[in-house]
Design a protein around this ligand. Structure first.
Ligand SMILES: *[C@@H]1O[C@H](CO)[C@@H](O)[C@H](O)[C@H]1NC(C)=O
Ligand SMILES: *[C@@H]1O[C@H](CO)[C@@H](O)[C@H](O)[C@H]1NC(C)=O
Length: 485
């Protein structure tokens, strides 16, 4: 008798496992659009990607509302990215050209500033623990919403939002204190000339370095070669340092293998804090010498081309780069073929003698490298929520053993229902894009009418419309903004 019920129990347990596996397999992985001009923010082992522009037709850009993350606490290969979709909790209007960073009281909140959509607030926050977006109330001088800039979060929790455009290209230093939620302004004395699409990186000495950029929005480039074929980007033969402590500016003349004029590249600090690595961007000739990377030595402001190994990817523009563990993690952008290269590129920068392009991510086994800061209340609540998850899991599996036949059935039903609701949500978010292939490639079936409406409904960029002039080779031009007013 006892033996019999044990067999029954085992059978039912197996049945539950089968049901759970089936439910899991039904969850198809999220496939993001071919994004550029998005934001990428690294918080608590997750890389959050928000919005950005896509190219629904060869002649236009439009912004999307996608919001998703990659969990980097586990090893992964860039060929099989397991994106987790959070688009249905995203309340930020579709936009591109915003900037983001991690900050706030517990140093674990995503701060989003600026962007291209006229209906946006200037600042939004995302709390990853409660999974909530909010436009926070901010005191101090009232400010405008800029775009096309790179904000830098200081070690003090202040978000430095220099330059950008409104559509007028600016060189003001706007500062958002993400702890007291107050606006401030920085000094303009000796500030660089107005610019957008520059590189900006926080240095260990409480300074921000600003590199290159663009001050002419009529500039045009080829989206395949990334070569600027009309106009000129700003020079990298000088770089600018903003001192966050003393609120002043300094300029440094650079030497060595100075990259040609460019903008829209990414820049990160090397792991030793003594160099800045830049990748990609659109350029004036001569462009890339023999790699897509340049390094600026901060001890003497000398540019050099690093030794690299691995499969060298195509350069990209309007991507993002985050340093995660020992990797420079590049996300999305324009300039690569999605059927050939992953949306994510990994450059192992742990050895300054040789950087390595790789497709596999190994989370560092030593926790010491990530825990320089004191424990915060967020980390505490993190742990306790992990604990309660664990307790929940144990209690859950005990209960499921008891209520197995009933529970398994209802769980299955419930999941089915939730699944179909998710599908409806996805349809609502992306319904407008259903005629566009997921890889963003040219859609042969798009009618003239759809092309026209895609342009008309394009980013209403401060009353301007992004018009892309097609070139002979099916390339397009990005910077050209036609005034509708
Ligand atoms: C927030 O965390 C970063 C590391 O991710 C650290 O460098 C920074 O100093 C912290 N900011 C504050 C205000 O504690
Ligand atoms: C701007 O956001 C609104 C929602 O607030 C949306 O309806 C509109 O399509 C967005 N505009 C663009 C150009 O994406």
């Amino acid at each position: 008798m006892l033996k019999n019920s044990l067999v029954n129990f085992t059978l039912l347990w197996l049945l539950l496992q089968v049901v759970l596996v089936e439910v899991n397999c039904q969850m198809t992985p999220f496939k993001p659009s071919a994004l550029n001009c998005h934001t990428a923010t690294f918080i608590d082992n997750k890389l959050y990607i928000l919005s950005g522009l896509i190219k629904p037709s060869p002649k236009s850009y439009k912004s999307v509302k996608e919001f998703f993350y990659l969990d980097v606490s586990v090893p992964f290969n860039t060929r099989e990215l397991s994106w987790q979709d959070l688009s249905n909790i995203n309340m930020v209007p579709p936009h591109g050209l915003a900037t983001s960073a991690k900050g706030g009281v517990n140093n674990d909140t995503l701060f989003l500033y600026g962007g291209s959509n006229q209906t946006m607030e200037s600042v939004y926050t995302f709390d990853p623990h409660h999974m909530i977006w909010n436009p926070p109330k901010i005191t101090g001088i009232s400010t405008i919403r800029k775009s096309s800039l790179t904000g830098v979060m200081g070690y003090n929790g202040k978000f430095y939002l220099w330059g950008g455009r409104t559509p007028i290209i600016l060189n003001d230093m706007l500062i958002l204190d993400t702890i007291s939620l107050n606006w401030e302004k920085g000094s303009l004395v000796n500030a660089p000339t107005p610019r957008i699409f520059y590189g900006a990186t926080l240095l260990p000495n409480d300074k921000i370095i600003y590199i290159g950029g663009l001050d002419d929005v009529t500039t045009e480039f080829d989206d395949d070669t990334l070569n600027i074929d009309k106009g000129i980007a700003l020079s990298l033969n000088e770089v600018y340092l903003y001192d966050m402590i003393n609120d002043n500016w300094d300029v440094k003349i650079t030497t060595g293998k100075i990259p040609s004029n460019r903008c829209g590249f990414s820049s990160v600090l090397g792991l030793d804090g003594q160099r800045v690595i830049i990748y990609g961007g659109v350029f004036n000739n001569p462009g890339y010498l023999d790699t897509t990377l340049y390094v600026l030595d901060l001890t003497n402001y000398n540019w050099y081309i690093p030794k690299i190994s691995g499969i060298i990817p195509k350069p990209r523009v309007f991507h993002q780069a985050n340093v995660i563990e020992k990797y420079m993690v590049i996300s999305f952008g324009i300039g690569y073929d999605r059927t050939v290269e992953s949306d994510i590129l990994l450059l192992d920068i742990s050895n300054n003698e040789e950087y390595v392009w790789t497709t596999s991510f190994d989370p560092s086994p030593s926790p010491s490298s990530t825990s320089h800061s004191l424990p915060t209340s967020s980390q505490t609540s993190n742990n306790s929520s992990d604990n309660s998850k664990m307790v929940g899991a144990i209690v859950g599996s005990l209960l499921s053993g008891i209520f197995l036949s009933v529970g398994g059935f209802f769980l299955y039903k419930w999941n089915k229902k939730r699944q179909s609701q998710n599908n409806i949500n996805n349809y609502n978010n992306y319904g407008q894009e259903k005629a566009v292939p997921a890889d963003g490639s040219k859609n042969e079936n798009m009618t003239n009418h759809e092309v026209v409406s895609a342009i008309v409904n394009n980013d209403n960029y401060y009353g301007q419309e992004v018009i892309i002039t097609p070139t002979n080779n099916d390339g397009f031009k990005f910077f050209k903004f036609l005034n509708k007013k």
